[in-house]
Design a protein around this ligand. Structure first.
Ligand code: FMN
Length: 200
């Protein structure tokens, strides 16, 4: 290893797939609530309505190993929401700076429809914005000033019309690690609750 090469803080070889998957979910969950975490910002790719790829930066808003899901917030009228309704296939890439690992998640996107879940996300994000304003005394960073959020940020009333929660269920998670210049890939398969139930 040369001096300029980043030293991974994770011994991938020592982790079996279940342990690595558990580590990935924990990292995602922690990054969702930490704006300065390198895994807080994701590239979310979808299929454009006329066909072909489309992608954009998104802020990770939550992750749950138990639910096998990650969440993003968006404007309900945005292009990405329309794209996902037409084609739920989604791919996410994200970089974990401390370990120099890239993750690629491939799976299915859906828009959360339960009022209770949407409200929980809404209250969570409002609390984070208020905390950041309190901590810094400045406007929160770009990732917390979404148009959808701004519209109702000054209005305590619930405004579900602009606010949408995107849920991604990854089927596979690729962990890409640098190995002497050639990236090495570990493919992890995510077993979802319903398939576990079916198996019983
Ligand atoms: C740093 C950064 C973070 C962003 N986070 C979000 C986000 O969490 N949700 C969102 O809807 N758009 C976010 N955006 C804007 C999107 O990247 C995108 O430009 C916008 O949502 C429109 O995308 P669409 O036309 O594909 O729907 C972010 C942009 C930047 C630069």
């Amino acid at each position: 290893m040369s001096l300029s090469e980043p030293r991974p803080t994770l011994d991938l070889a020592a982790l079996d797939d279940a342990a690595l998957l558990h580590w990935v979910w924990n990292r995602l969950a922690a990054a969702a609530d930490t704006p300065e975490d390198s895994m807080h910002l994701h590239v979310l790719a979808t299929t454009a309505e006329g066909g072909g790829p489309d992608a954009r930066l998104m802020v990770l808003r939550g992750a749950s190993e138990v639910q096998g899901a990650i969440w993003y917030h968006a404007d309900a009228a945005s292009t990405k929401i329309r794209q996902m309704q037409a084609d739920p296939a989604a791919c996410v890439v994200v970089y974990d700076a401390p370990t120099d690992l890239q993750l690629r998640l491939r799976g299915t996107a859906s828009i959360v429809t339960s009022d209770e879940e949407i409200r929980a996300h809404w209250h969570h994000i409002r609390a984070i914005v208020q905390q950041l304003r309190h901590d810094t005394g400045e406007a929160p960073p770009h990732d917390l000033r979404l148009e959808a959020l701004n519209r109702s940020d000054h209005d305590p009333a619930w405004q579900p019309d602009h606010f949408a929660v995107i849920q991604i269920h990854p089927n596979t998670i690729d962990v890409l690690s640098p190995q002497n210049g050639a990236p090495r890939r570990r493919r992890l398969t995510v077993e979802h609750q319903h398939s576990r139930d079916d198996a019983h």
